[in-house]
Structures are given as structure tokens and as C-alpha cells.
Write a protein that binds this ligand. Structure first.
Ligand code: HEM
Length: 146
């Protein structure tokens, strides 16, 4: 039962964070006003919250759910997934800092700033596509070592 509950939570959280990322890409546009800048900050808070929950639920699955930690600790696709998720987390920092800076300074971003920040979001989205691939492989025992 715990395995099922964690699996359901894991999938719902993943859909939610994907939605938040896509929403940021849609809202971050040239000519955005102060209200839109404040909105980006609020949406980005959800991004951080969901990422934290995914880490908690993800590691709970790896440690407490059906297969046990030993299965994942010796699986290259599991570590590829963790590494990719960490890289996405790092890529999300510059946009977060940018939203905070723009809001505090009460400025609207220049076209170049919008373009640069959108690049980070696209890179995050590109890496995100790898996660279900790694997940499917690790769940089926590919990439076992040791
Ligand atoms: C720290 C982050 C994460 C950890 C520790 C983690 C861990 C896990 C674990 C333990 C499973 C169970 C696999 C099995 O049935 O043997 C799983 C499944 C899955 N994870 Fe994650 N996960 C994380 C983040 C993500 C993210 C961000 C995605 C986004 C796509 C994702 C997508 C999936 C999918 C699609 C499955 C189902 C795989 C399948 O049954 O075919 N995970 N994850």
C-alpha cells in the first residue's frame, strides 16, 4: 500500500512541476509588466516547493517502497536520474535569482534578460525529458552494476 501511495504521489508531483515549468515559459515574455514579474516569483515558489516534495517522495520510494534501497544504489539509471534532476535544480537557480532581483528593484526585464532567462528554462525542459526515460529503464532493472 505504501508503495502504491508513494508511486501515485510521485507521478502527480511530476505532472505538477512540469506544469509549473511550462507556465514559467509561457509567462516569461518580452514586455512583461510588474504584475507579471510578481506572478513569476509566486509561481517559482511553487517550483521550489514541488522540487522539495519530489526529492522527499522520490527517496522515500527508493528507501522504503517495494524494491528497497539496495536495488537503486546499484543502478546506473537511478543515479543518472538523480544527477539530471540535480542539474535541472542548478539550472533553475539563475531564473529564480533573476525574478527576485527584478521584483526587488521594481524593474521590468530587458528583452536580453528575458531571452537569457528563457534559455535556462528551455535547458531545464530538455533535461526533464530524460527523466522518464531513465525512470523506465531503472524500474525494469537496466543499468544494474556491482
Ligand atoms: C530526487 C528525485 C527522484 C527520486 C529519488 C526518484 C525515485 C524514483 C523511484 C524509487 C521510482 C520507482 C521505480 C521502480 O518502480 O522501481 C521512481 C519511478 C519513476 N520516476 Fe522518479 N524519482 C525522482 C524524481 C523524478 C522526476 C523529477 C521524474 C520526472 C519525470 C521522475 C519520473 C519517474 C517515473 C515516470 C517513474 C515510473 C517508472 C516506471 O515505473 O516505469 N522521477 N522514481
Amino acid at each position: 500500500m505504501l508503495d502504491l501511495v508513494l508511486a501515485i504521489d510521485h507521478h502527480l508531483l511530476i505532472f505538477a512541476i512540469f506544469g509549473v515549468l511550462v507556465t514559467e515559459l509561457i509567462l516569461l515574455r518580452r514586455g512583461m509588466d510588474q504584475t507579471a514579474v510578481a506572478q513569476m516569483g509566486a509561481i517559482d515558489l511553487w517550483y521550489g516547493l514541488l522540487a522539495g516534495l519530489i526529492i522527499i517522495v522520490g527517496f522515500s520510494r527508493a528507501i522504503f517502497a517495494a524494491k528497497g534501497w539496495d536495488y537503486y544504489a546499484h543502478n546506473a539509471f537511478f543515479w543518472a536520474k538523480i544527477g539530471t534532476f540535480a542539474a535541472i535544480g542548478l539550472l533553475s537557480l539563475p531564473p529564480t535569482f533573476a525574478y527576485i532581483r527584478w521584483r526587488r528593484a521594481k524593474v521590468i526585464p530587458t528583452d536580453a534578460q528575458v531571452k537569457g532567462t528563457r534559455l535556462y528554462l528551455w535547458l531545464e525542459l530538455g533535461l526533464f525529458a530524460l527523466l522518464p526515460i531513465f525512470a523506465a529503464a531503472m524500474a525494469r532493472g537496466y543499468g544494474e552494476f556491482g
